[in-house]
Design a protein around this ligand. Structure first.
Ligand code: 13P
Length: 341
């Protein structure tokens, strides 16, 4: 393992002004997104859609540090035969790959999940590296509800995240460690804070036990935020203040960077929250976005599967990428959104 190189890549992934495009929707998830815009989820349509994003030159070169791909996409070529990975590299962004294989029901723990995909991971990582991937992603899912999460679910998911991270570093790939506490429930922000604190503490404990080099990883957490169905929604300032307090308490300064998931927040909320965090003063790590939905909802709608809408789709993507790039420096203002509209 060359830790200097892993650290260089992790630092580049969270450089100020840029963030990560999470375009690693599994075939099931992208079908849901395409259903919403009336597009059939064929291999060709999925390729055309992602090619549109990766060819959005301005957005990709100025605001996107890395792209997380799904297995199908990393092997696909653009219409003209150029590998999609090449398009990403040529824009100056780093290609990455989702390597978990989704979730399974966790035995003995009703309603809880464990992320799988460790079998043969070492071999798969080798092939992905040869194809150009320099970082990977593994997402653990923790749900908040009555009586959950259990310590069992937190602990087995943290163990798997650390196993994955160690395998990545041995393969000279930077692991994005993503323990996502879902925002789907009716819990308030303080319950989210308390659960996320337990999850992050357990995750870093496992990372240490399994000898993962913190200098060569990126953390992808949820924000401390109210559940979607909670009647009392915390303000932008409260989300920012509690999220930073939580991360400072749990994430060692050796970690080069933190890149948030959007998790079902609206486009503008996700941007406003990141921006407000940067207004709170200097931070010990890079802090940026690794958004899926909050970067892609607008371009998906603008594109709607029509070749004549490619330019409009790219404009919508460029706008959201720029807004989030500014937010990663604390330079975003809501008036910039209205101007674009
Ligand atoms: P969202 O930003 O849509 O939550 O997706 C990010 C991601 O990669 C989740 O694993």
């Amino acid at each position: 393992m060359n830790l200097t190189e892993l650290n260089r890549i992790a630092t580049a992934m969270v450089v100020s002004g840029k963030g990560i495009l999470a375009a690693d929707e599994s075939s099931g998830t992208i079908k849901k997104r395409f259903d919403a815009i009336g597009v059939e989820s064929t291999e060709e349509n999925r390729r055309d859609y992602r090619e549109m994003l990766f060819r959005a030159k301005d957005a990709m070169s100025q605001y996107i540090s890395g792209v997380i791909l799904y297995d199908e996409t990393i092997w696909q070529d653009a219409k003209d035969g150029t590998p999609l990975v090449k398009l990403i590299e040529e824009s100056g962004a780093i290609p990455g790959i989702k390597v978990d294989e989704g979730t399974q029901a966790l035995p003995m723990c009703p309603g809880e999940l464990v992320t799988v995909g460790l079998d043969k991971l070492a071999e798969r990582l080798k092939k992905y590296y040869e194809r150009g991937a320099r970082f990977a992603k593994w997402r653990a899912v923790i749900d908040i509800g009555s009586g959950i999460p259990s310590m069992t679910a937190i602990s087995v998911n943290a163990h798997a995240l650390a196993r994955y991270a160690a395998l990545c570093q041995a393969a000279q790939i930077v692991p994005i460690v993503e323990p996502e506490v879902l925002m789907d429930g009716d819990h308030d922000i303080d319950r989210c804070y308390e659960v996320t604190q337990r999850v992050l503490n357990k995750t870093f404990q496992e990372l240490r036990v399994q000898r993962v080099a913190l200098e060569g990883m990126v953390l992808k957490p949820n924000m401390a935020i109210s559940g979607k169905k909670c009647p009392k929604q915390a303000s932008v300032e409260e989300v920012a203040e509690k999220t930073i307090r939580l991360l400072k308490a749990c994430v060692p300064a050796a970690v080069p960077g933190i890149a948030f998931l959007s998790g079902g927040q609206s486009d503008e909320e996700a941007t406003a929250h990141l921006n407000a965090m940067h207004k709170l003063g200097l931070l010990p790590w890079g802090l940026t976005f690794s958004y899926g939905r909050a970067l892609q909802a607008a371009p998906q709608k603008a594109w709607s599967g029509r070749p004549e809408n490619v330019a409009a789709g790219q404009r919508a993507f460029s706008h959201r990428a720029r807004m989030n790039g500014l937010a990663s420096k604390g330079e975003w203002q809501s008036s910039l959104e209205q101007k674009a509209a």
